[in-house]
Write a protein that binds this ligand. Structure first.
Ligand SMILES: *Cc1c(COP(=O)(O)O)cnc(C)c1O
Length: 470
């Protein structure tokens, strides 16, 4: 399996290179050259099997070069950190609406779905870097959850230092503390005076600075890294087979920010899983809802909402879908991305949009609806739900109202309610307690540095601290 850049110029790479490089040298994102097919009989056979075994089967064709025993060990270690042996348990929300289900993806160490992929990524990095005798500098940008999941996956590993940029004062306190209280010599937290998009732009600028990138052996763990998306394909399959798949199509509603999680659902569909619908659930930062409805991809200001992990305007992984929508024409994608760079907007051609609209729905959920959904879920089921997941529920219900169907609808539960206790308390009057392993989070010592939104200063900070420099 080789990987192509969405912008068509960088040369195709194998899995291990894509893992270490992250972003392609032409600014594009790597996508598999083709989708390895999963026969219906094979998918049906996933029912009742341990999560790690399904993960191994789904990832093997993508991860060529990684020895099977090494992959098995990485997967076993990754999911040993989870508090539930099923890894991604499915529960019913039918007390709220018929056919509605919840996929709980928050049982990992940092209480968000990102652990499901990040724990695998950390193990893969360790394995491949040790094999190559290399050391890398991982730089990431986070609106909250990526950072803690990445730090938790990389802390204490020998072959990588990790620098995480977060928007100063714009993450929840739990999110910040989960990053800044990790005491490991290879972990550096940077609070940037700006928004998440500013952090992401700094990250992209560092990736696009070839001299800097080579000097520090830079690598990335944001969902622009294909190896972040790959492990997320697995839970779409394990959820579907519990609801009658592959004989029966299943719909998914996905709280969406950077478009990584929902793109993994698209990948599962391309591999052969019958997916009835993929609903892009957005908060009031609704660029994806607008582009799916009108074809116009126009940047707006970023609003701070109850669901900070979705407070972004540039959904990086949308470029991967765009690549397919445009018939895998890298030049066409590069052209649209140039338009975006220069004019802050681009237009998706109507025929391309029509092909995607057959599968994708898109719903914007505002703050009042988010709180009301958290309240009604609690009233109907007794369950406390975080605001991101609640946006997924509200979007699922809106999409179902507009497109009635008998297919089961699975909402991806992306965070544990205790990660956003203020919002949960505001909606329900109940403050969710942190799980035991994080109970003393508020007593732990924090460490981070505040830097201006300035590329040169951030680069100097990294150069001064990275140990993998040449
Ligand atoms: C990261 C995150 C999202 C958005 O996922 P993307 O893959 O970026 O679309 C949604 N909810 C939570 C809780 C997250 O941490």
């Amino acid at each position: 399996m080789r990987y192509l850049s969405t912008r068509g110029t960088a040369k195709p790479l194998g899995f291990e290179d894509v893992l270490i490089e992250g972003l392609a040298r032409d600014g594009g994102l790597y996508v598999p050259e083709s989708w390895p097919p999963l026969a219906a009989s094979k998918i049906a056979g996933f029912a009742g099997r341990p999560y790690a075994e399904v993960a191994q089967e789904v990832m093997t064709p993508f991860a060529q070069g990684v020895e099977p025993q090494a992959l098995a060990r990485v997967i076993a270690d990754a999911y040993a950190t989870f508090r539930q042996p099923e890894v991604a348990p499915l529960t019913s929300l039918e007390a709220l609406a018929p056919g509605l289900h919840l996929l709980e993806l928050w049982h990992g160490p940092t209480l968000a779905f990102k652990d499901v992929a990040m724990q695998v990524l950390g193990g893969l990095f360790d394995h491949v870097l040790a094999k190559r005798g290399q050391k890398v500098t991982i730089i990431g940008a986070t609106s909250g959850d990526t950072g803690s999941a990445a730090i938790e996956a990389i802390r204490g590993r020998d072959n990588a230092d990790i620098f995480i940029l977060h928007p100063h004062g714009r993450t929840s306190e739990v999110q910040r503390r989960q990053m800044t209280t990790v005491d490991a010599p290879n972990v550096f937290n940077v609070a940037v005076e700006g928004t998440f998009d500013d952090c992401q732009n700094l990250l992209k600028a560092m990736f696009n600075d070839a001299a800097f990138r080579d000097q520090v052996n830079m690598s990335g763990v944001n969902s622009i890294n294909w190896a972040r998306l790959m492990p997320q394909i697995v839970y779409y399959l394990t959820a579907a087979v519990q609801l009658g798949g592959p004989d029966r199509p299943v719909a998914f509603s996905v709280p969406t920010g950077n478009f990584g999680d929902i793109y993994a659902g698209y990948a599962a569909h391309k591999m052969g899983l019958p997916v009835e619908r993929l609903v892009i659930a957005s908060n009031q930062n609704d660029i994806l809802t607008r582009v799916m409805r009108t074809g116009e991809h126009a940047l707006g200001p970023v609003a701070q909402t109850l669901a900070p992990s979705m407070d972004i305007q540039i959904s990086s992984n949308f470029e991967r879908l765009l690549f397919d929508m445009l018939g895998r024409d890298g030049q066409a994608v590069a052209g649209l991305m140039d338009d975006l760079q220069q004019t802050e907007r681009f237009e998706v051609p109507a025929d391309a949009l029509a092909s995607a609209s057959a599968l994708f729905g898109a719903e914007r959920v505002d703050e009042a609806q988010t709180l009301e959904t958290m309240r009604s879920v609690h009233a109907a089921t007794g369950m406390l739900m975080d605001p991101h997941t609640a946006i997924g529920v509200a979007a699922a219900q809106a999409d179902r109202a507009a497109n009635p169907s008998d297919a089961p609808m699975v909402v991806l539960g992306t965070a544990h309610p205790a990660k956003f206790p203020d919002a949960v308390e505001r909606a329900t009057g109940v403050r969710p307690p942190l799980p035991d392993h994080l109970a003393d989070l508020y007593d732990r010592q924090e460490a981070y540095d505040v830097l201006p939104n300035d590329l040169a200063q951030v680069q100097a900070y990294v150069r001064g601290r990275a140990t993998g420099t040449r």
